[in-house]
Design a protein around this ligand. Structure first.
Ligand code: ATP
Ligand code: MG
Length: 483
């Protein structure tokens, strides 16, 4: 017989197979014993709920029972019976227990008590064995699946854009270099500079910061595409919302203008959130309670008005507020917050870049709803955004979420060759390097638009976690690449 004939806990709870003999495999969360019986709470990852195994010391040896400590991995065969205790309708009467892997109680770091998130970050290789993290990663999975389902059902095509690129798409310059050179002894040119012609790709390369430019190329053939891949930014921002390695979803659509782009983004965000509400009810209920506990430790005036699940429903039920950057600046400039100098960066003039404190003020204090901010000054946005007729602004959009700030950044793209190259010159972006990008404007150009959603920011929002390091399995941040 094959080894894996296990039944998952989720299946048992769904089907309640009273009287049947089954085999469960999973990890011990807790064990309670007296001289007549042992109760073992087992978790197998399929669902947040633990399943109770009842072991009779007349059937299961003392030696085995001793090894069934927190963290140990067990294979239990037995009969499903009606549960005596409250809380769960059935339990497993063990006929035999095999200890697949012991966990020395003296050394196993996870004990059945509350551990801090900081402590768990240091043992990220084990933290998925906790309720909180298993819930987060099941929700993360569902969200990723929903992203693909949404676009697939709409007829978008999934494009895999390169991870290694020679362009720094945004011109932001915060890239990780990719090289096979021996850093102690790289080949030099006659002028004494590093000779990248001798490197693997015969040029300078780096990890991608965005798949957008290549996504645009695909949209000029397949019309509606999306990417969903890792992106890398060597920005030294030690915030709760920035990672050095994160996953980004970037749809790019031919024949879409700025408004079509906003409509798609709003519909997409709501779809994905709704998918989680429908498919992750148990995990979200747990995370909702966790977040509520967390809120209690905050001062009364800083507590969230809505619990997690209510917050998610609120986003679904309300239209996002759409306003221009210029309107937002007026609101911020005239706000009491600004007048009383409560912002770290005061808003005094049009043209200022918005900091996350301003974004969060608009969303959390002023509108109390997700906000789509449009038409930013061209000087604070990327070269490829379509220039508006006023000569000052571009058809950009940022979507701002409560507790998160910017979750989406996008724009209608500049499809007019002359305007695009003029902007590139103004921003010192070399045309020769992006000849292939410019070809889309030379041959069969059309209005088009797209946006980027930072996947982890979405997971943060839906799970109610407070730190982006806690919604990716193995976070990469400045000074941290363990595991
Ligand atoms: P921010 O101002 O928050 O740094 P950005 O303007 O640099 O964001 P974009 O370049 O527009 O962001 O990237 C698109 C999306 O990717 C953002 O809206 C955000 O959701 C996400 N994102 C950007 N940088 C990071 C990061 N370092 N870690 C995680 N997600 C990120
Ligand atoms: Mg940034």
């Amino acid at each position: 017989m094959a080894f894996n004939k296990r039944v998952k806990i989720k299946t048992i709870l769904d089907q309640n197979p009273i009287g049947q003999e089954i085999t469960l495999m999973g990890w011990v969360r807790t064990k309670r014993s007296n001289k007549n019986v042992s109760f073992i709470a087992l978790n197998d990852g399929s669902i947040i709920t633990n399943y109770q195994v009842v072991a009779d010391p007349n059937l299961i040896s003392e030696d085995i029972l001793k090894k069934c400590s927190t963290g140990a991995c067990l294979k239990v065969t037995g009969i499903v019976v009606e549960s005596q205790g409250a809380g769960q309708s059935s339990e497993l009467n063990a006929k035999s227990i095999e200890v697949l892997g012991e966990a020395d109680p003296e050394k196993y770091p996870l004990q059945p008590k509350k551990h801090s998130l900081e402590f768990l970050r240091d043992i990220a290789h084990l933290r998925m064995r906790t309720n909180t993290f298993s819930a987060v990663f099941r929700v993360r999975h569902a969200l990723a699946f929903a992203v693909h389902k949404y676009f697939n059902d709409k007829g978008f095509f999934y494009i895999h854009t390169p991870i290694i690129t020679a362009s720094d798409a945004e011109g932001a310059g915060e890239t990780f270099r990719v090289t096979t050179f021996d850093l102690m002894n790289p080949p030099k040119t006659e002028e004494g500079k590093i000779d990248f012609k001798q490197d693997f790709f015969e040029r300078e390369t780096n990890l991608t910061v965005s798949g957008q430019l290549e996504g645009e190329l695909a949209a000029m053939a397949l019309a509606e595409i999306y990417t969903f891949g890792p992106t890398f930014r060597a920005e030294n921002s030690n915030t709760t919302r920035h990672l050095a390695e994160f996953w980004m979803i970037e749809p790019e659509m031919a024949f879409y203008d700025a408004e079509d782009n906003q409509d798609l983004a709003e519909d997409f965000l709501k779809y994905v959130i709704n998918y989680a509400l429908e498919h992750c009810a148990d995990d979200l209920k747990f995370l909702d309670q966790r977040a509520a506990e967390e809120e209690k430790s905050k001062p009364a005036d800083q507590r969230a008005e809505l619990g997690l699940i209510d917050k998610l429903k609120f986003v679904l039920e309300n239209d996002f507020v759409r306003l221009t950057y210029t309107e937002a600046i007026d609101i911020l400039r005239n706000s009491n917050h600004n007048k009383k100098k409560k912002f770290q960066y005061l808003i005094d003039s049009w043209g200022a870049d918005l900091q996350s404190e301003h974004e969060r003020y608009l969303v959390e204090k002023h509108f109390k709803k997700p906000v789509i901010l449009t038409d930013y000054p061209k000087d604070i946005k990327a070269f490829y955004m379509r220039q508006n007729d006023d000569g000052k602004t571009v058809a950009a959009m940022d979507i701002l979420f409560p507790g998160i700030g910017e979750i989406v950044g996008g724009s209608q793209r500049e499809e007019r060759m002359d305007k695009l190259t003029q902007r590139m010159r103004e921003m010192y972006i070399p045309e020769e390097e992006l000849w292939w990008y410019l070809d889309t404007r030379r041959f069969g150009a059309t209005p088009h638009a797209g946006f980027g959603l930072g996947f982890e920011r979405m997971v943060l929002f839906v799970t109610g976690m407070g730190n982006i390091r806690d919604v990716i399995a193995f976070p990469r941040t400045p000074g941290n690449a363990e595991f």
